[in-house]
Design a protein around this ligand. Structure first.
Ligand code: TXA
Ligand code: MG
Length: 342
């Protein structure tokens, strides 16, 4: 299959790009498109055959449910039921935006493989002009996980999608780099107190201001997090192993020296106060304390390591506050328990 990349920035070809995307989706094919978080790989959520093409293209395990994307709130009642009042308050406050709500599903409404057989469904309205235009033209819910090869960092540019899925999907809508750079917050409304299953751009602090107390699922503890099935798989992994390390310049410098003594090469992914350490490769996460910038740059930095011959990737940790919680959640998964001790 030939994978086409169509820009939606050129106003002469813009309309054609959307028409082609809508036609492909309506015909049961997959289309990659930008959202404000990361690029998604979409298919019509009511078609089991269309949705199966997502799993196939990504190499995604079948028991990991997909997020359903909608362009208008009216679509919600076609596939959810008993939506709690707090969930409605969240939609009004944060949609369109990077918040996925897990709600009770209406039986026989969506294709079974969207939800991996669960009686709940994750749904969000993305805050990106391209995603919204596409969804509003299509007028149907679209199942869309991140448009990366399963296990790799989520794509924040069309080129990342092409790198991972070239030859496996027919079309990528190119809307430039995504804004937030980390996937949406997943908030479960089927627990007594709403529970964050995956931290993201909408933080615990932001949620609690609007709906009061929310719980955080211990996402790194597999045994305690059976509700977010996706959390048990390898995630965000470059080819070389990722090691987290204390965020101190002298500690990082010592680690680099030790790695060099073993005649190995090291890539450093860090904010700019670490620029002057002597890593073989350095990928910036922006200025110190600018967590939004770090989130925006993280996945591309992880991907860039695959273009180097580094044997090991070092990443100084972030404080788990605000968006730092989401950054550390992704880094802990990428590192899979690796901590650099000198
Ligand atoms: O920002 C995002 O959410 C992006 C863009 C494309 O919208 N999508 C995304 O999808 O990150 P994906 O499939 O890569 O991640 C979906 C996450 C997984 O951890 C999955 O287990 C969880 O949401 N999830 C989906 N439906 C669920 C459900 N019914 N109950 C619990 N967790 C669910
Ligand atoms: Mg994903």
């Amino acid at each position: 299959m030939k994978t086409e990349i169509m820009s939606v920035d050129n106003f002469l070809t813009r309309d054609l790009s959307y028409t082609q995307a809508v036609d492909l989706l309506s015909a049961g094919e997959t289309v990659a498109f930008p959202t404000e978080t990361v690029y998604g790989l979409g298919a019509i959520a009511t078609s089991e055959n269309a949705v199966s093409k997502i799993f196939e293209a990504k190499g995604r395990p079948q028991d990991n449910p997909l997020i359903v994307h909608i362009g208008s709130k009216e679509e919600l009642s076609t596939f959810t039921q008993n939506v709690p009042n707090l969930a409605n308050i969240c939609m009004d406050a944060f949609w369109p935006g990077p918040l996925t709500l897990v709600l009770p599903i209406k039986t026989d409404s969506l294709a079974k493989n969207v939800t991996a057989g669960l009686n709940t469904v994750g749904v969000r309205m993305p805050d990106h002009p391209v995603a919204l235009e596409l969804l509003r033209r299509l007028k149907q819910p679209v199942a869309a996980p991140s448009a990366n090869k399963s296990g790799k960092p989520s794509p924040t540019k069309a080129a990342h999608v092409y790198h991972d899925l070239n030859g496996k999907i027919p079309l990528i809508l190119d809307g430039g780099a995504t804004g937030i750079g980390l996937e949406s917050t997943v908030l479960d409304f089927t627990t007594e107190v709403p529970t964050i299953l995956r931290p993201g751009g909408v933080t615990k602090e932001m949620l609690e201001k609007v709906i009061g107390p929310v719980n955080e699922s211990k996402l790194t503890d597999e045994a305690e997090a059976p509700r977010a099935p996706g959390m048990k798989y390898a995630h965000y992994s470059p080819d070389a192993p990722v090691y987290l390390i204390e965020a101190s310049i002298s500690t990082v410098q010592q680690a680099i020296e030790q790695i060099h003594k073993d005649e190995k090469k090291v890539a450093l992914i860090a904010t700019e106060q670490f620029t002057f350490t002597k890593a073989d490769y350095y990928f910036s996460l922006g200025q110190e304390h600018q967590l939004e910038d770090a989130a925006h740059l993280l996945y591309e930095a992880l991907r860039n390591c695959d273009e180097t011959d580094a044997h090991i990737i070092l990443v100084p940790i972030f404080v788990k506050q605000g968006v730092g919680t989401a950054i550390m959640n992704r880094l802990e998964k990428a590192a899979n328990g690796n901590w650099f001790e000198s």
